[in-house]
Design a protein around this ligand. Structure first.
Ligand code: HEM
Length: 125
């Protein structure tokens, strides 16, 4: 028989070193998977110790991802789940932001100088 946990017990495992999530009534210990998650660590850390059902389904995870998830199942959650629920209406997937490197102007300047030097040597020598 699979092990059962209360929502309060699940909620204690809420950090990168010890990370459980709930999906439907299943409890998943994904501590080891955190760094490997193709969707990044941040989304999982935000849901640590909480219900991830809506987020997981909204992404449209592949069958492979669903099967992988099941390999991390450690039991089921029983009793009052309200402590694990996330505020679904406020949840939104934000793609990672890409910022310009502060070195970009320097790299452009170096590129221009190199290009100008090559042009100068080919033309005048
Ligand atoms: C045990 C739990 C989970 C497993 C095993 C898992 C696994 C995976 C895998 C294998 C992928 C690659 C794409 C695919 O095959 O569908 C993926 C992508 C992703 N996952 Fe998860 N995931 C889990 C939970 C979650 C949760 C709770 C969220 C909540 C937001 C999430 C958000 C994402 C995102 C944003 C991507 C990237 C999608 C993209 O770039 O198109 N994952 N996940």
């Amino acid at each position: 028989m699979s092990k059962t946990y209360s929502a309060a017990e699940v909620a204690k495992h809420n950090n990168a070193a010890d990370l459980w999530i709930v999906y439907k009534d299943g409890v998943y210990d994904i501590t080891k998977f955190l760094k490997e998650h193709p969707g990044g660590e941040e989304v999982l850390l935000e849901l640590a110790g909480k219900d991830s059902t809506k987020c997981f389904d909204d992404i449209g995870h592949s069958l492979e991802a669903i099967n992988l998830r099941e390999t991390y199942k450690i039991g089921t959650v029983v009793g009052d789940l309200s402590g694990t629920k996330t505020d679904d209406d406020n949840w939104e997937y934000e793609p990672p932001k890409y910022e310009w490197s502060p070195w970009l102007p320097v790299m452009i300047a170096v590129g221009v100088v190199v290009y100008a030097s090559i042009f100068y040597y080919l033309w005048y020598l």
